[in-house]
Write a protein that binds this ligand. Structure first.
Ligand SMILES: Nc1ncnc2c1ncn2[C@@H]1O[C@H](COP(=O)(O)OP(=O)(O)OP(=O)(O)O)[C@@H](O)[C@H]1O
Ligand SMILES: [Mg+2]
Length: 353
């Protein structure tokens, strides 16, 4: 996604990937937060280990940087099986997928990242593979084409997506377990930060951890990234101890706001208030007004803004809440929360009052 250069962008790139893999928890017991997902997953894995069979296919959905790849690696590690990695965009043709499936060994874990971006023919091949551990290789073209069935070893598919809504139902239904990953709360992010500061041998008192956690956009990847920037600041300007004041000064310097909103978040919120009087406004109109793809706004900015109670999704479009106006230090127009806005918020055709 295009927001990669920002300090609080949820996407990882470049050097960051090496640092991330060093900080990645390797076993389920080290994985912080996501309590329910962790408990459900540990049952799935334990059951499979007892029966000595590969577990059901697992789908993980959630915003960037919440730990989907980490969890996929943990699944393989807990099963004691190798992990094969690929991604939806790499599977352009059915043949790309067949090449991988046909070389899997029994019990192997196949991780398909961004599974919603797989091409259609590969997706159809995957249905059969997931269900019957078989693929049909089509040889030839037109009326003379024949399908040669090919057995594949029983494997476990782990799919990850930032957009579960885009997965076709037949694909979603073939996963035995769907893990919905949510944003982390401040206490959980503090734990992530304490763990990382141990691994990086940093001096991070609780007050410093709290200040960084609060501004990490509910996302472990961002928490780790902010920790490294704050470390630079602490080491260059002071004795290296990351106090609350140091953390706060460093984050102000990097323009991470008090609630962790990044440039895109602030742009979206600003446009919603200034150009559309607080809404309701449609997603694509809002995206165009900040010069971004609707998908970027929907996947990267919106879930966090909704979670923070700054915007609401209504049947008529996105609307700003009272906190949004306060957050940007603006006064809502007199009718902002009047009859029209109330209608937008509560006229849900799918719901009876
Ligand atoms: N539960 C966790 N406990 C500790 N650290 C975590 C946890 N989840 C994620 N992290 C840290 O955040 C980083 C990013 O996580 P990960 O790469 O798994 O996210 P992702 O959901 O796959 O993101 P993307 O959608 O961009 O692929 C990891 O390298 C790891 O250091
Ligand atoms: Mg990932």
């Amino acid at each position: 996604m295009s927001m990669g250069r920002d300090l609080v962008s949820p996407d990882a790139e470049g050097d960051e990937q090496a640092i991330e893999s060093a900080l990645r928890p390797k076993r389920l017991g080290e994985f912080i937060g996501q309590g329910r997902v962790r408990e459900q997953l540990s049952l799935v894995l334990e059951g499979a280990l007892r029966r000595n069979r590969p577990p059901d296919h697992v789908l993980m959905s959630g915003s960037p940087g919440l730990g989907k790849t980490t969890l996929a690696m943990i699944i393989a590690a807990e099963l004691g099986m190798p992990l094969r990695l690929t991604s939806g965009p790499a599977l352009e043709r059915a043949g790309d997928l067949a090449a991988i499936l046909s070389t899997l060994s029994e019990g192997e874990v196949l991780f398909i990242d961004e599974i919603h971006r797989m091409a259609r023919p590969a997706e159809e091949m995957l249905y059969l593979a997931m269900e019957d551990f078989r693929v049909d290789i089509v040889v030839g073209k037109g009326p003379g084409a024949t399908a040669i069935p090919l057995e594949i070893a029983p494997f476990t598919l782990v799919g990850a997506t930032t957009r579960a809504g885009l997965l076709p139902a037949p694909l979603r239904d073939r996963f035995g377990f769907v893990a919905h990953m949510d944003f982390y709360d401040v206490a959980e992010l503090e734990q992530v930060l304490r763990r990382s500061s141990r691994l990086l041998a940093l001096d991070l008192p609780d007050e410093g951890a709290h200040e960084i956690a609060r501004r990490s956009r509910g996302t472990p990847r961002i928490a780790n990234r902010l920790l490294r920037r704050v470390r630079d600041f602490a080491e260059v300007r002071t004795d290296g101890v990351i106090t609350r004041d140091i953390a706060s000064a460093a984050l102000n310097l990097y323009e991470v706001d008090a609630e962790g909103l990044d440039r895109l978040d602030r742009a979206v919120l600003g446009a919603l208030l200034r150009k559309f009087g607080g809404g309701p406004v449609g997603l694509s109109t809002l995206a165009v007004s900040v010069g971004e793809e609707p998908e970027t706004v929907e996947v990267v900015a919106e879930p966090f803004l909704v979670r923070q109670g700054l915007i609401a999704r209504t049947p008529r479009g996105r609307v700003a809440t009272a906190s949004a106006w306060t957050h940007l230090g603006m006064t809502p127009p007199p009718d902002a929360f009047g009859a029209a806005a109330q209608r937008a918020l509560f006229d849900d055709p799918g719901r009876t009052p």
